[in-house]
Design a protein around this ligand. Structure first.
Ligand code: ADP
Ligand code: ZN
Length: 531
């Protein structure tokens, strides 16, 4: 509801209608815009698709001068500028993709006061020439998009963002608005502090996306599970399938195509023209499936993405939330579907262990992964867990639109099973100085005389065959959950299993280990009414 138009906000509303063709503001847009138009600083936390762009575009149009937008998404600048120009907004960008002449034209327009909006990559501001250029023009507002990139603890840190605090020092009279779709309370504080916005007003919108149904299924045969999910629930729908590696992107796209689904691959290794073609087909067509690495999607504004599927585990909840948030921007029912299994945990733990980066980096990456794993293994409402992660109070009764609410998972007392796994690891590790991966541990528990079991005399261990009460799938589920709970750890490039400090309390029977029940035959996809 728009009411009590002051001079500023009526101009803002008139601009919304005249330039953008929308009837009314959404959520807190109006308040934010009014505040910035009046010259105030703002920190805006809003989920993807909520409409952050207008929060700086309209002030840039209403205030005198050019609005300068700092954005790391160089690849999108051309599209953003084209879209604005199509609306009659005088927009331009300066980044490394331009040649000298193109840049000169934009610079001249800026200096002549002929630009409403100027998009800049953050690394530009390291150049004296760029700062000098900005000082010679008239700036109406600074917008710092993807502001979480300033957070060294976040998942998307960009050192160039640290230099952005200078904007406030050099242009104290120009209002600044920092915007992000991903922020925990800690990131939020970091943004405020590092961008030097102590007097900014804070606008924090709800991170809930009620029309997205969250589902995480146990991974068995992921491509087949995906295919079943698509054909049973999203036939003909547009969506994104995320995979970790380029190789698996290509193989998954081929598999879907061979099975009659209109799917194309997208990753940074494909040549630029193919990427551009696939991206524009996705935006234009109704039912294209893009199989992609996380290189795809940042800033893509397609309202009717009906599903986002993950075949591999994201590294953090921020990543998961951002990626799944690309579904259902139009507010219609959509699905965030993920297949997740033991190998995901091992692979991610291995990546952190063997990856570059110092100890602090590892600790951070581990904390991010642990939160993600907790979301995967929870028996509680997934939405509640997500919202709590972002510092928001969840609905105690559950959301009714996630898999754990719709079909509450059974839990069981996994204490003895956990002891069996840990005793096996302990026998190998302490008594024999050996370390093995999950496959060998499960073979020993099941009493399988495989070549590798015989070779190492593992059929002579007292734990050999003590786990015949559970199936292989169930044992893998137990190990996965122990890894997720930090009761077991992964070491080295072969993903060997080792004990953690916490393992001892289980072996000494000092604590219980509640586990989620593994479905005997993991359902390829449970068809539910998606609303
Ligand atoms: P964000 O940057 O928060 O992800 P965008 O600014 O890209 O979101 O906006 C998402 C979509 O919503 C865009 O298509 C935009 O035009 C549309 N939108 C934003 N504000 C409004 C509004 N007040 N009324 C109607 N549509 C809007
Ligand atoms: Zn729920």
């Amino acid at each position: 509801v728009t009411e009590g138009p002051g001079a500023a906000d009526s101009e803002a509303l008139a601009t919304l209608r005249r330039v953008f063709g929308y009837e009314a503001f959404r959520g807190e847009q109006e308040e934010i815009i009014e505040h910035v138009v009046a010259g105030g600083d703002a920190v805006v936390l809003m989920p993807t698709g909520a409409g952050k762009s207008l929060c700086y575009q309209i002030p840039a149009l209403v205030r005198a001068g050019t609005g300068v937008v700092i954005s790391p998404l160089i690849a999108l600048m051309q599209d953003q500028v084209d879209a604005l120009r199509a609306l009659g907004v005088r927009a331009g960008f300066i980044n490394s993709t331009q040649d000298f002449d193109e840049r000169r034209v934009v610079e001249a327009e800026f200096l002549a006061g002929e630009l409403d909006l100027l998009y800049l990559a953050p690394e530009r501001l390291r150049l004296d020439t760029a700062l000098d250029l900005l000082s010679r023009g008239k700036i109406s507002v600074f917008a710092i998009d993807e502001a979480h990139c300033v957070s060294q603890w976040g998942h998307d840190f960009r050192p160039d963002y640290l230099a952005l605090s200078l904007l406030g020092e050099r242009w104290p009279d120009v209002p600044r608005i920092a915007l992000t779709a991903t922020a925990t309370r800690a990131t939020h504080e970091e943004i405020t502090q590092r961008l030097n916005l102590p007097t900014a007003r804070h606008f924090v919108a709800s991170f809930d996306r009620p029309n997205i149904q969250y589902r995480i299924v146990p991974k068995a045969d992921p491509r087949k599970q995906l295919l079943a999910f698509l054909t049973q629930e999203h036939a003909g729908d547009a969506g994104i399938v995320y995979c970790l590696s380029r190789n698996s992107v290509e193989r998954t796209a081929e598999f879907l195509t061979a099975n009659g689904i209109d799917a194309v691959p997208y990753h940074a290794g494909l040549d630029a023209s193919m990427r551009a073609t696939h991206q524009s087909r996705f935006l234009r067509d109704e039912g294209l499936v893009v199989v992609a690495t996380i290189a795809f999607g940042m800033g893509i504004d397609k309202p009717d993405v009906r599903f986002v599927a993950h075949l591999d585990l994201p590294k953090s909840i921020e990543g998961y939330y951002q990626e799944t948030g690309r579904a259902g921007r139009d507010g219609l029912p959509s699905t965030a579907w993920m297949a997740y299994g033991l190998n995901d945990v091992i692979q991610q733990r291995k990546l952190i262990q063997s990856g570059e980066g110092d100890e602090a980096f590892r600790r951070r990456a581990t904390a991010h992964l642990d939160s993600m794993l907790a979301l995967c293994e929870t028996a509680q409402c997934r939405r509640g867990q997500l919202l709590a992660y972002f510092g928001q109070e969840p609905d105690a009764a559950g959301c009714g639109n996630c898999d754990t609410c719709l079909t509450p998972p059974e839990t069981w007392d996994g204490t003895i099973a956990a002891q069996k796994v840990l005793s096996t690891v302990v026998r190998l590790q302490r008594e024999r100085g050996q370390k093995f991966g999950a496959v060998q541990i499960v073979d020993i528990l099941l009493g399988k005389r495989t070549g590798k079991v015989i070779q190492f005399d593992h059929d002579q261990l007292s734990v050999f065959g003590i786990g015949q009460d559970l199936t292989e799938t169930e044992w893998r589920g137990v190990i996965r959950q122990l890894l997720a709970q930090g009761l077991l750890a992964v070491e080295g490039e072969y993903g060997t299993l080792v004990l953690t400090e916490a393992s001892g309390s289980v072996l000494r029977r000092e604590r219980e280990v509640p586990l989620r029940k593994e479905p005997k035959k993991p359902a390829a996809s449970r068809s539910r009414s998606a609303g």
